[in-house]
Design a protein around this ligand. Sequence first.
Ligand SMILES: [Zn+2]
Ligand SMILES: [Zn+2]
Length: 394
Amino acid sequence: MTQPQPQPAQQSLQFQCPQCGGEMIFDVTAAGLKCKYCKHQMAVPVPPGAQGAREIPLREGYQRAPRGLGVATVSFQCRECGATVSTAPNERTVTCTYCASHSVVQTQPDPNMIQPETLIPFRVAREKAVESFKSWLAGLWFRPSNLKSMAQLEQIFGVYVPYWTFDADVHSQWEAERGWYYYETETYQEVENGETVTKTREVRHTRWEPAWGQRQDRYDDVLVCASKGLPEEMANSFATFDTTHLMPYAPGYLAGWRAESYAIELPAAWAKAQSTVENGQQSKCRGDVGGDEVRGLVVRNQYANETFKHVLLPVYVAAYRYNDKPFRFLVNGQTGEVRGDAPYSWIKITLAVLAVVAVIVALVLVFGGGGGGDSALLLPSTHEAAEHVRRVGA
Ligand SMILES: [Zn+2]
Ligand SMILES: [Zn+2]
């Protein structure tokens, strides 16, 4: 007899335990579903008809790609940063996962959203992410004192961040001018001790010749972040994911976690990927030209076999606000790598600067007050600082 499979409950991202009927969530240590109550574990069920990871041809595939997350979810859209994040229906959220804004509204998930093809499951446990957050906070200098209480530890969430990846064959034809250096001995005159003398020197010239060629390259998994919640530079500096560990998408991986819907549509993402590819081809062709110098390089690219995948990548996000500005702390859910930004406290910095000035003034008063040789030990700038303070104080 086969074991009953946990079924996605109606209108939810929940999976029911076949043993006790409790809620199952995707557990990092078990790398599978685990019951919150009886601790029963099982592999993430593969949805019937799932084809596993595959690349979808860009043109026709866009029309035929499967839609939705495979289970119904509750979504919250942030009016401030624009991110739409899905949660389990028993999880209510009043703030945005990415920017901690309170302007979140519940929305229906877009049924036309292209379904993720693959994902990297969370491998870093939540406790580990919280620990990283704590030690990151402890290591900050000159930060507002209430930051630590504002950045509440329970406000760290595991979110699957949407990305597009593209594969393509590129055929590049290039034209350029190739420069070769050559040297000529030149004579010149110089006045030395009132006499005009003739000297020689080596002068570099460049001989230019026309050059052209072609090359064929293949691009694999060019990543484009499709998140609206993560600022682009933060998402790009954070793209240290090992995409060789991508797993075929199954809704079970999302049980107990959040997922953002992509906010950058496929055509816009493909345009971004193309500029990455074109920059790559430009420098490869430049290398092909050879010679000592290259000028007037023109590259024409033709694409073939363009395919895409919609992938979800695991990130822990702790978002908090300071003076109504959002700040974020991130942990890569696959590698544990950490990124964060935090406000500076100008009051603390000013106090620290004043403290340094006070020490210098004290030193000047103690050692510099007598005048004469002793003051030579002090740097001129400390004299100036002391004088300035005295003038201000007068
Ligand atoms: Zn159970
Ligand atoms: Zn937001």
